[in-house]
Design a protein around this ligand. Structure first.
Ligand code: SF4
Length: 206
């Protein structure tokens, strides 16, 4: 254990980007994708050794009894579920008695399935899903690497999260164009009924 500066803040907020700028989308306004070019030859993957070091040092540096571990990208879900399973194992390993740890993740939502939703629910992740408004507004900017629209995939991910983990869902509206006209509940409902007129199969196993 390293010594902690007693004048350091008792708690602080760090964003971890375990895949750096790597993302499965190519939003036209993204300022971050080009940062990949700053690290030629990089694998853009947080190693398991670095993950353990990061978690242990982050917890150790907190004098407050609550620690927030925040995941962002690029697209952090591209690390895969096993990476996040190991993350919560390390959190348990290094958590001090009485300490509360909260995980948050910001995702574009296109990779969410039942397995991810079950994991998020089991470990109380606060999930932020980036969506830019109704389909025509969202798909004007938020396209995948092949140029295909993504609203339907995001909405499917949102549906799964809402049905599986309704207490732990957040949404954001990203683009400048959407800031003056945020997604209306009517717009979301229209999208929802277009994609999923009924709840996902309730018999699906976690
Ligand atoms: S989802 Fe986020 S990181 Fe990925 S291209 Fe869009 S704005 Fe950039």
């Amino acid at each position: 254990m390293t010594s902690i500066n007693p004048t350091a803040p008792p708690a602080f907020h760090l964003l971890a980007k375990p895949r750096g700028a790597v993302c499965n989308l190519a939003c036209t306004y993204c300022f971050y994708l080009s940062k990949e070019k700053l690290y030629p030859g990089s694998a853009f993957r947080m190693t398991d050794q670095m993950l353990e070091t990061y978690i242990s040092r982050l917890i150790e540096a907190h004098r407050a009894p609550e620690v927030t571990i925040a995941w962002q990208g690029g697209e952090p879900m591209l690390m895969g579920l096993d990476f996040f399973r190991r993350s919560v194992e390390y959190q348990e390993k290094y958590r001090r008695p009485g300490m509360t740890i909260l995980n948050t993740i910001q995702t574009n939502g296109t990779l969410i399935n039942d397995q991810w939703a079950a994991f998020f629910r089991e470990h109380n992740f606060l999930v932020g899903i980036s969506i830019d408004g109704p389909p025509q507004r969202h798909d004007a900017f938020r396209r995948d690497k092949q140029g295909r629209p993504t609203f339907d995939r995001v909405l499917q991910g949102l549906e799964i999260i809402l049905w599986r983990s309704p207490a732990f869902c957040g949404m954001t509206w990203e683009s400048a164009s959407s800031s003056s006209s945020p997604l209306s509940s009517a717009g979301l409902e229209a999208g929802r009924s277009a994609i999923s007129p009924s709840p996902p199969d309730s018999t699906a196993a976690f």
